[in-house]
Write a protein that binds this ligand. Structure first.
Ligand code: GRF
Length: 214
């Protein structure tokens, strides 16, 4: 399966996906990495792995729709079949999301549906939760919504700051995204009636896949 990855920044999840695709027998490979920010560090991560990159700078487009149309054009030209958002900080138009329905994944650093949007770790600390985590889900037009493929739990520890907590969650993200991607490229995770069903050990079970803390 040909995968396109959308990034805006550092690219550490992109790196985790690149490493997963290099595992023997992995049934997907990254055909293109697109950044909406020209200086994104993740572009160098892709280039170091010999993966084609493109910059589609949203500032050069007067509307969200024209930017999204260019994204779509680049992805289809590269033969992409599945899109992975990995720290991609743009809201996509409904039209784009519908074109990639059930063929676009996102990772979010909380246990959705809790803490959608930005400043997730500070909000988790402010709310006093003892467990947070990360979620990989199929993308829907509403931000941080859509059928959940997999979640990992991460403890909030005494003395945590948004920085220390984000680092702990990020480590979990780097394990969870490859796991979820593997299920999707092997077509073992499927959307049925807006829930993910997972083929596991010869049976089909209700998703999401859950990775406990620790
Ligand atoms: C990650 O925490 C991801 O969950 C969020 O943005 C961050 C991106 O980090 N959507 P990176 O660019 O993958 O290092």
């Amino acid at each position: 399966m040909r995968i396109g990855v959308l990034i805006s920044g550092r690219g550490s999840n992109l790196k985790a996906l690149i490493d997963a695709c290099e595992e023997p027998g992995f049934r997907g490979r990254i055909a293109l990495v697109i950044s909406n920010r020209p200086g994104a560090a993740g572009l160098a991560v892709a280039e170091a792995a010999g993966i084609p990159t493109a910059v589609i700078d949203h500032k050069e487009f007067s509307t969200r729709e024209t930017f999204d149309a260019e994204l779509h054009r680049a992805l289809t030209k590269a033969g992409v079949e599945l899109v992975c958002n990995a720290g991609f900080m743009r809201i996509l138009s409904d039209g784009f999301v519908e074109k990639w329905r059930d063929r676009q994944l996102n990772i979010h650093p909380s246990l959705l549906p809790a803490f959608k949007g930005l400043h997730v770790h500070q909000r988790a600390l402010d709310a006093g939760v003892k467990i947070t985590g990360c979620t990989v889900h199929f993308v829907r037009p509403e931000m941080d919504e859509g059928p959940i493929v997999a979640q990992a739990a991460v403890p909030v520890l005494p003395g945590d700051t948004a920085e220390t907590l984000s680092q702990r969650v990020l480590e979990a993200e780097h394990k969870l995204y490859p796991l979820a991607l593997k299920l999707v490229v092997e077509e073992r995770a499927r959307v049925v009636d807006e829930n993910v069903r997972i083929d596991y050990d010869g049976a089909t079970v209700g998703g999401p896949l859950f990775v406990p803390a620790g």
